[in-house]
Ligand binder design. Structure first.
Ligand code: SAM
Length: 278
């Protein structure tokens, strides 16, 4: 096991979810880089392992990352773990993987527990296409922009949230997606009090205004139903494409057809441009 970074997922609540391969990787690695060594030592005790550890977390990653890289380049193998779940998924590790990749250092990911996939798979919502949003930005302007961008998102959306911010996030989702949007509230996954509530965003707002959110949460929201093309929209598109074929520039063709059919100029422009690229 020389000169490699191993991403080792750890249980998100149930110690039984540590895989044999994850345990073997921890055992064979020269050292472990851990988000919180006090948390990881408990896992190592459970597995009966003792290993040299170094801290790698969001507050020291700028200096710890290059130091870990140098050790790997010198031939050591490093197992990266976080407090729970898959390293680099809304967790420290993303930067270290990028650093290794940029320096040609091999990285191997051991598959295992991840709150995202557990929640999505149990949500009862479409899983064939989804977008992982992680934690919404805290900055007001960025948060608003992100939520506005999601209003018409047709794919299922997955969010991570801390309990003390859950109410605010549910309120923001109700505003952006509407109160009737189906939502799975996945709480304490893989733990004793695991709970999956399938309701609407509005119902979730109501529920948690009456009770304190406790535990860890993943929110899975249904995507926006696909926009039905009306006869006018189809007509406008055909007309704009006809004008394009006759040699009219895209902007002018979209503007003229939009005016003739009473549809939005910007919408038609984007649609014709997209279809032109296909
Ligand atoms: N890398 C981890 C993963 O992919 O599973 C996620 C780490 S992120 C810092 C922590 C967030 O994951 C929590 O705030 C929560 O949204 C979600 N999470 C982790 N464990 C969970 C659990 N047992 N049940 C529900 N959500 C969980």
């Amino acid at each position: 096991m020389a000169g490699k970074l191993y991403l080792v997922p750890t249980p998100i609540g149930n110690l039984g979810d540590i895989s044999r391969r994850a345990a073997e990787t921890l055992e064979r690695a020269d050292f472990i880089a851990a988000e919180d060594t006090r948390v990881t030592v408990k896992l190592l005790n459970h597995l009966g392992l003792k290993k040299p550890m170094t801290a790698y977390h969001r507050h020291n990653c700028e200096t710890a990352g290059p130091a870990i890289l140098r050790r790997i380049e010198a031939g050591e193998s490093c197992a990266l773990v976080t407090d729970a779940g898959t390293p680099a998924i809304s967790d420290p590790g993303e930067d270290l993987v990028a650093l290794c990749a940029a320096c040609g250092v091999p990285v191997e990911s051991v598959p295992g527990p991840c709150a995202l996939t557990v929640a999505l798979s149990v949500s009862g919502l479409p899983t064939s296409r989804f977008t992982f949003e992680g934690f919404l930005p805290l900055n007001k302007k960025n948060r608003k922009a992100r939520l506005e961008g999601l209003a018409a998102e047709e794919r299922t959306m997955v969010f991570y949230e801390a309990p003390h911010k859950l109410r605010a996030t549910l309120g923001d989702l109700a505003e952006a997606l509407g109160p009737d949007r189906p939502l799975a509230v996945c709480r304490e996954l893989t733990k004793l009090h695991e709970e999956v509530l399938r309701l609407t965003v509005g119902e979730a707002v109501e529920l948690y205004s009456a009770q304190e959110p406790r535990g860890e949460f993943v929110l899975v929201a249904a995507g926006c139903p696909p926009r039905q093309e009306t006869a006018d929209e189809g007509g406008a598109l055909a007309r704009a494409e006809q004008l394009r074929r006759e040699g009219m520039p895209l902007k002018a063709a979209a503007a003229q057809a939009a005016a003739e059919f009473g549809v939005k100029k910007r919408w038609l422009y984007n649609l014709v441009a997209e279809r032109g690229e296909e």
